[in-house]
Design a protein. Structure first.
Length: 195
């Protein structure tokens, strides 16, 4: 799947929002808007993990519960902290079209265990890879550096690798998994077009 996703990952790296984070000069209103949208996205991402955990084989339940917990407590805490620094309004935020389309896709995909894992994998793999690449030449601006460091963390990469392993342990049709992954990657790219 990585070979299929790589062109869309390269498009994300070239996207003005990602490039601005990487340089540390993204205009604050753009990042503030992205933070608000991603906060709303992550709340539904936790719901996707919970929905999948309900269907999961015993060997996967703990992983999905742990992912839901870490997303809710650690990743959303980062967003709350950065939002305070950027003046984002998390409580008043309303989903934009890209956020609605992506979360609807994920929540619907989670109705099927293997397909749901394949649909959510682009977010974890993409951010882990983006973080690792951006960390090679990190931004000097400390707030953007904190964002890069979060996703460059080897522990985050391990979580992404575990999801890939879990997909391989399901009976999902490989072509269907690739299609879900590709659609998820397209949503990832669209999500950077913040309001």
């Amino acid at each position: 799947m990585h070979a299929v996703g790589r062109p869309l990952l390269e498009a994300q790296l070239a996207h003005p929002t990602v490039a601005g984070i990487g340089r540390g000069d993204l205009p604050e209103p753009v990042f503030r808007s992205w933070l608000e949208q991603d906060y709303l996205y992550l709340l539904d991402y936790v719901r996707v993990f919970a929905k999948l955990a309900w269907q999961a084989p015993d060997a996967h339940v703990g992983d999905l519960v742990d992912l839901a917990h870490s997303t809710y407590h650690e990743e959303l805490d980062l967003h709350r902290s950065l939002s305070a620094e950027f003046g984002a309004d998390l409580e008043g935020a309303v989903k934009g079209p890209a956020c609605v389309a992506y979360t609807d896709f994920l929540l619907e995909s989670a109705g099927s265990y293997g397909e749901g894992l394949a649909a959510l994998y682009p977010c974890m793999w993409g951010y882990s890879t983006l973080g690792r690449i951006l960390a090679e030449n990190p931004p000097a601006e400390p707030r953007y550096r904190a964002w890069v460091d979060t996703y460059a963390d080897p522990g985050f990469a391990s979580l992404a690798e575990r999801i890939a392993q879990m997909i391989d342990e399901t009976d999902v049709d490989p072509d269907r998994a690739e299609a879900m992954f590709t659609e998820g990657m397209a949503h990832e790219l669209a999500f950077w077009d913040v309001p």
